[in-house]
Structures are given as structure tokens and as C-alpha cells.
Design a protein around this ligand. Structure first.
Ligand SMILES: *Cc1c(COP(=O)(O)O)cnc(C)c1O
Length: 394
């Protein structure tokens, strides 16, 4: 089918919820995507941080096809060995004690929010249910995770939103302190605000935040949906800050392209959500879990993580050397680029024309390349990016 027909089909039959680029992707292999007209692209997006091992990784395909021919789904009324194996591996590798599986990042955060509120009301009574999140954060698109998202632009149209969220300034411990009260049950943060424009939190702020939470028995929840699974050069980004959150949430890269989300918690929170309090029809689906197990074995390897960190430094250095770049920031292979002039959207469109897929976040260009990208592919992509940035600035 030709692109024009695909576009027409979309416009006639789908809710216009997405602003899409004018191509349809039909195939992928490693870092290379192919569109409906046969044109190829270097992919520096990983499907927004999902395809950690690139398109159609061989060992991942083997894991999911093997599982699909054995058992595609079974309800959570029964035990299931792939799900339990993934839970065990996640706990072993992370040091967390218990896992709940959902299907997306928003759902993982919903679980974390329910867990925090349940814990706090169990311990301190019903009123202790407020959650502090950060201005400019992003936590998902459900009515509750939109509330958790600290951006006014997301708090429109869908009233009434879930109550009980307040927004403190990132990197300002005084601001967080000003919101802490008898009713505070949790603080929810991203270590690097992704959708908000690739803004890493300051080390000192994060350390002080952890101490503040411990002092008041406020749960520290880290949304690692985008930063987790090796993206920043460690299995989870919070490790680089030397903190120990009570709860973390994962999704995006966890399934390598299949929908899965996870909420992980420490020992003392392990039984807060008990029988009948939470659930999901598809959560912990065997095929998604088989895919996640294969991804986890690859990305948790220390040599693999080391090369992610090294490539991240290499990419960031090369971009910092580009003349028309004002700033490059991020960690590992989660990278944001501030332009001196010109809009990120224009750069993204021009890159696409020249065969490179990049993302934007606010006014930034954002790169989330597959973690398996080679130096040769990095160089090729960055050559295109440098040319386009120069052109757009001219
Ligand atoms: C993408 C993202 C989410 C939402 O994940 P969905 O799978 O789209 O629900 C939540 N938090 C962060 C930090 C994200 O980047």
C-alpha cells in the first residue's frame, strides 16, 4: 500500500490524536527503518525509547515466537512460569522485593500511586494521600497520571481530574519542603525529565529529597519509564544518584517493543496491595514477559551498560562540538539538544527527509538511539544532523 492510501485510511478511520510525520514505517532491522515507499532511515528514536535493541533483534524474536507457540495468554487466576521468572529476575537485578505487572508506563505509575496511598492510609489514616510531583514532569495520559504530570497544558478538557497532587519546583528543595505536610504520602520524580525537555535532576537536590522523604516516611517513587532499562548507562538511572527509592516504575524498553509495565517496591511495601486490590487482564502477559526476560538479560550485562555510557559520552561530545548547538544535555543515550536558532520541529522534518529519525521534546531535539547502535551508525546519523542544523540556522 502506498503512503497516500495509508494516510487517507488513518484520516478517515482514526481519532486525530497524533501529529504524525508524513511517512509510514513498514519494516525495521537494527537501527534501520524502512517506509512504505522503500526509503530507509537511521533510527535515533527507538520508538521513543522502546526498542532498546533496535528493530527485530534476533534473540528477542526467538524468545517471543517460542512463547507465542507455547502459550499466548492465560488469566492471572493461574500461576505462570514466564511471569514469575521475569519477576524474580527483576527483583534479583534491582534489589527490589516485589513486582506488579501492567501494560504501560501510565499503568505502572497508577500502581505506584495506589500503593503509596494504601501504605500511607494503613499507617497514618485516610487523609494522608497527597503526592508531590515536579513542575514540568510527565507521568502518563490516564486521568490520574495527567494529574500527576506537572504541566498546566495537560490539565485541560478532562475535568474533574484526580485530586491530591501538588507540584514542586525541580532542583529546589525549599519548594518541595513547602509542600510537605501531614497529608503528604509520596514524592514522584523522573531522574531526567524526558518529555519535559531532557532535564536531569541535580545530585544534591535528589540526595536532600531522599533525606526529606525518609525523615517524614514519605515514599520516594522514581518513574524510570523512560530512563530505566539501561538507557542512561546504568540499569536504572537512580543508581547514578546513589539513592534508594521505595518504588520504581518501568515500561517503554522493558518489553523491547511489546506492551508491558512494572511497578517495583521494597520489602516493607511488598504486601501493601493484597488480594483483590489491583489487577490487569493483560498484565504480565507471557509473550510480553518472555520478550522482557530476553531484553533484561542483554541490557543488565555490565559490559553492555558500559558501552551505552561510552557511546553516550561520544555522541554528546560530537554534538557539543557542532557550531550551532547552544547546549547538549542528558545521560547515556538519553540526549537533548538546545539549538541556537531555528525550531526543533524543522530540524526533525529535515532530518527525516535526509534519512534520519529524531525526536523533539519541547523546544529541544531529543535523541534516544537504540542501545545497540554502532559507532559507524552514530557517525552517519550525526553527520546528517549536523548538516541539517547548519541548514536550519542559516
Ligand atoms: C512515556 C512515559 C510515561 C507514559 O508511558 P505510557 O506507556 O505511554 O503510558 C510515563 N512516564 C514517563 C517518564 C514516560 O516517559
Amino acid at each position: 500500500m502506498q503512503f497516500s492510501d495509508i494516510k487517507k485510511q488513518e484520516q478517515q478511520n482514526m481519532m486525530p490524536a497524533y501529529a504524525r510525520f508524513d511517512i509510514a514505517i513498514v519494516e525495521g532491522n537494527g537501527v534501520v527503518a524502512k517506509d512504505s515507499e522503500g526509503k530507509t532511515y537511521l533510527d535515533f528514536t527507538s520508538g521513543i525509547g522502546v526498542n532498546a535493541l533496535g528493530f527485530c533483534d534476533a534473540s528477542w524474536i526467538e524468545a517471543i515466537t517460542k512463547q507465542a507457540s507455547a502459550l499466548q495468554h492465560v488469566s492471572n487466576l493461574y500461576y505462570q512460569p514466564v511471569q514469575t521468572a521475569l519477576a524474580q529476575r527483576l527483583c534479583e537485578l534491582s534489589g527490589f522485593s516485589k513486582v506488579f505487572f501492567g501494560n504501560s508506563g501510565a499503568e505502572a505509575n497508577e500502581c505506584a500511586i495506589k500503593l503509596a496511598r494504601k501504605y500511607s492510609t494503613d499507617q497514618y489514616g485516610k487523609k494522608r494521600n497527597k503526592i508531590i510531583t515536579l513542575v514540568n514532569s510527565f507521568h502518563g495520559r490516564t486521568v490520574t497520571t495527567l494529574s500527576a504530570t506537572g504541566q498546566d497544558s495537560f490539565h485541560q478538557y478532562f475535568y474533574p481530574f484526580t485530586e491530591g497532587f501538588v507540584y514542586a519546583q525541580a532542583n529546589d528543595i525549599k519548594s518541595v519542603e513547602s509542600f510537605v505536610g501531614d497529608e503528604t504520602c509520596a514524592v514522584l520524580i523522573e531522574m531526567i525529565q524526558g518529555e519535559g525537555g531532557v532535564m536531569p535532576l541535580d545530585m544534591q537536590f535528589v540526595r536532600e529529597l531522599e533525606a526529606l522523604c525518609q525523615k517524614h516516611d514519605i515514599l520516594l517513587i522514581v518513574d524510570e519509564v523512560q530512563t530505566g532499562m539501561g538507557r542512561t548507562g546504568t540499569l536504572f538511572c537512580y543508581e547514578q544518584y546513589g539513592i534508594h527509592p521505595d518504588v520504581i516504575t518501568l515500561s517503554k524498553a522493558l518489553g523491547g517493543g511489546l506492551p508491558i509495565g512494572a511497578c517495583l517496591c521494597t520489602e516493607r511495601l511488598g504486601t501493601v496491595l493484597s488480594s483483590g486490590m489491583h489487577g490487569s487482564t493483560f498484565g504480565g502477559n507471557p509473550i510480553a514477559c518472555a520478550g522482557a526476560l530476553s531484553i533484561l538479560e542483554r541490557v543488565a550485562d555490565s559490559d553492555f551498560l558500559k558501552q551505552v555510557a561510552e557511546k553516550g559520552v561520544y555522541i554528546q561530545r560530537k554534538i557539543a562540538d557542532m557550531e550551532d548547538v547552544a547546549e547538549v544535555r542528558g545521560m547515556g543515550m538519553m540526549i537533548g539538544i538546545v539549538l541556537k536558532n531555528g525550531t526543533a520541529k524543522d530540524v526533525a522534518v529535515k532530518c527525516l527527509e535526509k534519512g534520519l529519525l529524531v525526536l523533539t521534546a519541547k523546544t529541544l531535539i531529543r535523541l534516544l538511539p537504540p542501545l545497540t547502535i554502532t559507532y559507524e551508525e552514530i557517525d552517519r546519523g550525526l553527520t546528517i544532523l549536523a548538516d541539517v542544523i547548519k541548514e536550519v540556522q542559516a
